[in-house]
Design a protein around this ligand. Structure first.
Ligand code: PMT
Length: 397
């Protein structure tokens, strides 16, 4: 099935009566998971308003190559780099001629020239114009340049003529855009990942925490996004920049992380518990900074709720993947966690080594299920994240 999850699509709208269908095309692309930005040509603006496209795309409409303010932020080069594909629908005879001759005299043609992503065009015009030798010659040139042509339909036209030149159906146009991207077993699946270290306050200045940087969880998030999944991240304290294609929720304590996971777990297909969650929190957080004294300070700690275990117990539970951070009796302890928490797989890492586990850019893990175990040799967390997602897809989907 076609999917555009995590894909950025530019929709170019040029001068054709069929431009009134552009908001529907925007919606169809969004239904497949795409983020859409619209470029409206001068001709296009004669048939559809900027406002309707802005409202449906939920983004500012781009229409001017010479807009100084825009060129400072999302200028034409940025737009070209942002796009995973450019769709021009409807494509007028004039836009086809511009593209075929490599012109760059408006924003749309400049963005097309400045981009190296797939270009799709859906011609729409009077049947006689469409059949004309020039339009057909230009389409041949564009096909040679690897532009994908979404063929128009035949039928009664707005001008009363009957013939080939009607814009293809918006739903079919969106599907054809989706078809150019490879789908994976995770395409469109919803994944919730916890990552980073929780922070348990002792007083207004001190806290209990651990060494998790969020690198492993962030690598898993990138791998899921790459595979076309819709990712939600619930993170504690981290020192990495997270992929903005994910929905990002920031929390502090184990209690907040528990609540946030429970609030967002419904409808998720996969839950990956990569966070280093504190097993204990302070019973009472002191209101004021505890004064230094030579007396032994005793902190009373209480057990936190186990998030992974709670998700595993849900009646409509997603596929649950836990991590086991161990320093001794590695496999035995991990197997116990797999059983006791009730998860579908547990990923064991040795956190006694300083070249692996916490904070390091590399890791080495054992992917354990009730049936088998797969060792993933030491590698960058990015590569390891991809491998974990590949194994998970093969074993469970
Ligand atoms: O973030 P990095 O610096 O890249 O480091 C990565 C990592 C070492 C933190 C990561 O690979 C890892 O091992 N994460 C799990 C850390 C941990 O808390 O493991 P644990 O063995 O104590 O817990 C077992 C599982 O239960 C984990 O999936 C944990 O998220 C979950 N858990 C634990 C306690 C709790 N209250 N709720 C939980 O959900």
């Amino acid at each position: 099935m076609a999917s555009l999850t995590n894909k950025n699509i530019i929709l170019g709208v040029s001068g054709s009566i069929a431009a009134y269908k552009a908001p529907d095309i925007v919606r169809r692309l969004q239904d497949l998971g795409a983020e859409v930005r619209v470029i409206l040509t001068q001709g296009g603006s004669q048939f559809i308003t900027e406002l309707s496209l802005q409202v449906t795309s939920r983004n500012k409409v781009h229409d001017n190559l010479w807009d100084k303010e825009v060129e400072l932020s999302m200028g034409h080069i940025e737009l070209a780099k942002w796009a995973d594909a450019i769709l021009i629908a409807p494509t007028s005879a004039n836009t086809i001629a511009n593209l075929a001759s490599g012109k760059a005299d408006d924003l749309l043609s400049s963005v097309v020239l400045a981009s190296d992503c797939p270009i799709l065009i859906a011609p729409a015009m009077n049947q006689q114009m469409y059949a004309s030798a020039s339009v057909q010659a230009n389409l041949k040139t564009l096909t040679k340049h690897q532009t994908l042509i979404i063929a128009p339909e035949s039928g009664k036209q707005a001008c009363g003529d009957i013939g080939e030149g009607r814009l293809a159906q918006p739903i079919d146009i969106a599907k054809q855009v989706g078809n150019i991207f490879q789908t994976t077993k995770l395409s469109g699946k919803k994944v919730l990942i916890t990552l980073g270290a929780t922070i348990e306050a002792i007083d207004p200045v001190r806290y209990l925490s651990n060494h998790s940087s969020g690198k492993m969880g962030s690598a898993l998030s990138d791998a899921c996004i790459e595979a076309g999944a819709q990712v939600t991240l619930v993170h504690g304290n981290i020192s990495v920049i997270l992929n903005q294609k994910a929905q990002i929720i920031s929390v502090m304590s184990a209690r907040e992380m528990y609540q946030s996971v429970m609030d967002n777990i419904a409808g998720q297909d996969i839950f990956i518990a990569c966070a280093a969650v504190s097993d204990y929190s302070t019973k009472n957080i002191e209101k004021n900074k505890i004064k230094k004294s030579e007396k032994t300070l005793i902190l009373e700690l209480t057990f936190t709720k186990d998030i992974l275990q709670a998700v595993c117990k849900l009646t409509q539970k997603p596929l649950c993947i836990g991590f086991a951070a161990e320093t001794q009796n590695l496999v035995e302890n991990a197997q116990n966690k797999l059983k006791n928490k009730g998860c579908d797989a547990i990923i064991l890492n040795d956190v006694s080594r300083c070249d692996l586990g916490f904070k390091s850019d590399e890791n080495e893990v054992l992917f354990l299920t009730q049936e088998n175990s797969i060792k993933i040799e030491k590698n960058s967390k990015q590569k390891l994240g991809r491998k974990i997602i590949e194994i998970l897809s093969e074993q469970f989907f």
